[in-house]
Write a protein of this length. Structure first.
Length: 107
C-alpha cells in the first residue's frame, strides 16, 4: 500500500456546496487538516459536508469566520474517507471562502 500526502485547494467558494475533493477508486483517504479562510470584508459562516454513499453529514455547520480570519476545522481530529466519498464546502456569501485540505491517500 502506498501512502501519499496531498494538498487540495479551492478558492472563492460561495453559497452553493462546492466539491473540494472526491476519493479515487481503490483508495482510502485520511483528512489531516481543513482550513477555511474568509476572504471578504464581513463576517461569514461556512459548512463542511462529507457526502458518502449512504448519508451526507456535516463536519461543521454554520461555523463563524470573522473577516480576514481562518479556522482549522479538524483541530487535531482526523476523518477517514472511503472510495467515492466527497468533501464539500459552502460559504454564506458570494465568493467568500478559500479552503485548503491536507490529506493522505492510501492506495
Amino acid at each position: 500500500m502506498a501512502n501519499t500526502f496531498k494538498r487540495k485547494v479551492l478558492a472563492n467558494i460561495d453559497t452553493t456546496l462546492a466539491t473540494v475533493y472526491t476519493v479515487p477508486a481503490s483508495t482510502t483517504t485520511v483528512v489531516i487538516g481543513c482550513t477555511l479562510s474568509n476572504i471578504t470584508s464581513a463576517s461569514i459562516t461556512a459548512d463542511v459536508q462529507l457526502a458518502t454513499s449512504g448519508d451526507d453529514v456535516y463536519i461543521v455547520k454554520d461555523i463563524p469566520i470573522p473577516s480576514g480570519s481562518s479556522v482549522e476545522v479538524m483541530s487535531g481530529n482526523k476523518v477517514v474517507m472511503e472510495t467515492t466519498d466527497i468533501l464539500k464546502v459552502l460559504g454564506s456569501a458570494t465568493n467568500s471562502v478559500d479552503v485548503t485540505l491536507s490529506i493522505m491517500e492510501i492506495s
